[in-house]
Design a protein around this ligand. Structure first.
Ligand code: C5P
Length: 223
């Protein structure tokens, strides 16, 4: 089973954006395509893991030979991930979760009125931080960070504050990186150090991330 190093492991991956409703016809979302998370999920599956992909709405082909849980809102994603808290060996949180949701979703389509509109938002739960807190000693949690400035500094804070074992940090203002692209340029942060990787396809990066997470898992479990 040398080429299936994740055989017997349960991997949970979140991917894509969330949608936060304003009223029955409108929502707020972001530019996430889901490409990075789907590549991670496929890599985990191909390395032998039993994979659950919790995905926001994306226009990608639904992957086969894994469980796919489709959600829309951050709250739905939170509930889907939390339900798997005792089951996973490795959790990869690549979804771009909306930080805010509308405080009161209108039952009816909002009518145009006046020259200004004010909407109150409340913060969504931070799924990664929550799962980082619940994490057991033999589980591995990976988060992503997308920054436009002070990448390493901000990503280091996320590693610590969110209880993650590894953070994949994307610099948004690189040509070969970002939302809709098939390539990415990332820096990987763990408790052991910081590694800047060259530009690579999201497909190859999926394997790179899973292999590094497996190394952390092996080290934690002393296997
Ligand atoms: O703090 P920031 O949103 O930049 O952190 C990004 C990381 O946190 C990603 O791994 C993302 O999936 C996760 N996150 C989350 N729940 C939120 C916000 C972010 O799991 N509400």
């Amino acid at each position: 089973v040398k080429d299936k190093p994740l055989k017997g492991m349960k991997v949970v991956v979140t991917a894509g954006p969330t949608q936060e409703d304003l009223d029955p016809v409108r929502f707020m979302t972001n530019h996430s395509s889901g490409k990075m998370g789907y590549a991670v999920a496929r890599a985990a599956r191909n390395l032998g893991a039993d994979v659950t992909l919790v995905t926001g709405p994306v226009s990608l082909r639904k992957p086969v030979f894994m469980d796919v849980v489709e959600v829309r809102t951050a709250i739905q994603m939170f509930e889907a991930v939390e339900a798997l808290k005792d089951e996973y060996d490795i959790l990869v949180k690549s979804a771009a979760v909306s930080d805010y949701r509308v405080e009161r979703v209108s039952d009816h389509k909002m009518k145009k009125q006046g020259n200004q509109l004010t909407i109150d938002f409340v913060t969504n739960p931070d799924i990664l931080a929550h799962m980082g807190q619940l994490k057991k000693a033999n589980q591995v949690v990976c988060g992503f960070a997308m920054e436009t400035q002070d990448l390493v500094e901000n990503a280091t804070k996320k590693l610590v504050n969110k209880g993650a074992d590894l953070i994949v940090a994307n610099q948004l203002n690189e040509d070969a990186a970002g939302f809709k692209k098939d390539t990415n340029v990332v820096t990987i942060l763990t408790g052991e150090g910081i590694t800047k990787l060259d530009v690579m396809s999201k497909e190859a990066l999926g394997y790179e991330i899973m292999n590094r997470l497996l190394q952390i898992l092996v080290k934690k479990r002393g296997i």
